[in-house]
Design a protein around this ligand. Structure first.
Ligand SMILES: Nc1ncnc2c1ncn2[C@@H]1O[C@H](COP(=O)(O)OP(=O)(O)O)[C@@H](O)[C@H]1O
Ligand SMILES: O=P(O)(O)OC[C@H]1O[C@](O)(COP(=O)(O)O)[C@@H](O)[C@@H]1O
Length: 322
């Protein structure tokens, strides 16, 4: 299976470590780090670490493309980003003794010709042997229905599509006749879509069942330290693994998406999908930046994942994912 990621709004993640964040106070930074980021970039980076060839599409500001170019060169990610005038946004990640606080910028505005050019290249890549990951927010200038339209075009060419986004672009993508094959909302994103609170695995399953009825084949709801809920062909389970040390939670969801893609490319069953994506996410937590630990560590983490049945939403069997 050929894999591509699409990141219309990549970001340089600037991570600042402080002792204890107090709003309104002056802080001394203990460390500052920058890495190429944005959801699809992080997914591509983790897939490359696992050894899966990946092509990265998206829009990249010409003025500060170096970090992305280095990442692609070092990890042998096929760089198909379209360079556009200006700079890619810088997102702030503040890590203190308790938490990670994210401040994400809107991003540089894009114009219609650049967007169309890149979309045409993604479409040309798509085929029945491909899985395409559409990730992250849309920058100013992108119509909010862009993912909805692109999903229809890519699926029309036989590609499988995984969507990981939020807000209006997610809402519109799930409204149309051609939904994505796979989605990975977190609890907040799912609640936004549902228009009601979603706090527990039970809530998540109730809402995920509605999404399955719309035709989404695999729904993964990530719940931070509580793990994740997986719903595939009416079979639901939860997966959870305690993190031993958390260096940064930034990109945990993206590592989970990479684990999903890695599992789907091997056409394994639902339990294996859950084990692998959880191990990718928890493995990433111990590292700075969008990186996975070595293969042996991931395999060991997979063994330790606690899987529990969350029931069946109607008659259905857990089986192969092809
Ligand atoms: N503190 C944590 N302890 C254990 N696992 C975690 C923790 N934070 C995240 N994870 C794992 O990473 C996955 C994705 O994290 P989450 O925060 O839900 O995603 P996102 O980054 O998209 O908001 C979770 O489903 C879980 O498996
Ligand atoms: O496109 P958005 O929604 O603004 O998110 C971008 C941010 O999300 C990240 O990809 C991290 O995402 P996750 O923590 O959800 O995996 C950062 O690298 C980036 O700064």
């Amino acid at each position: 299976m050929r894999v591509a990621t699409v990141t219309f709004n990549p970001a340089i993640d600037q991570t600042i470590t402080v002792d204890h964040l107090i709003p309104g106070e002056v802080h001394r930074a203990r460390a500052v780090r920058q890495n190429a980021g944005g959801k699809g970039v992080n997914v591509a980076s983790c897939l490359a670490d696992w050894g899966i060839p990946v092509t990265a599409f998206g829009l990249l500001g010409r003025e500060n493309a170096a970090l992305f170019e280095t990442l692609c060169a070092e990890k042998t990610i096929a760089d198909r980003f379209l360079r556009i005038p200006g700079a890619t946004r810088v997102n702030l990640k503040i890590v203190d003794d308790r938490d990670t606080t994210d401040i994400n910028m809107g991003g540089a505005a894009v114009d219609a010709p650049a967007l169309e050019k890149q979309i045409a290249q993604v479409e040309a890549f798509a085929g029945s042997d491909s899985l395409i990951v559409l990730s992250g927010s849309l920058p100013p200038g992108c119509p909010p229905g862009l993912y909805a339209e692109l999903i229809a075009r890519l699926r029309g060419r036989g590609a499988r599509v995984l969507l990981d986004t939020s807000g209006l672009p997610l809402l519109l993508a799930l409204q149309g006749d051609t939904p994505p094959n796979i989605i990975k909302p977190n609890l907040r994103e799912l609640a936004e879509w549902a228009g009601e609170p979603v706090e527990t695995a039970e809530d998540a399953l109730r809402i995920a069942t509605r999404l399955a009825a719309k035709g989404v084949e695999l729904i993964v709801v990530s719940m931070g330290a509580e793990g994740a809920l997986f719903l595939f062909h009416s079979v639901a389970l939860t997966a959870r693994l305690r993190a031993e040390g958390v260096t940064s939670t930034v990109g945990a969801g993206d590592a989970m998406v990479a684990g999903l893609v890695a599992a789907l490319s091997d056409a394994v069953g639902l339990e294996e999908i859950a084990r692998r994506s959880t191990a990718f996410a928890v493995g990433k937590l111990g590292l700075a930046g969008p990186n996975l630990p070595d293969r042996e560590t991931i395999l060991a983490l997979m063994e330790q994942v606690t899987i529990a049945s969350a029931g069946r939403t109607e008659a259905g069997e857990a089986g192969e994912t092809t």
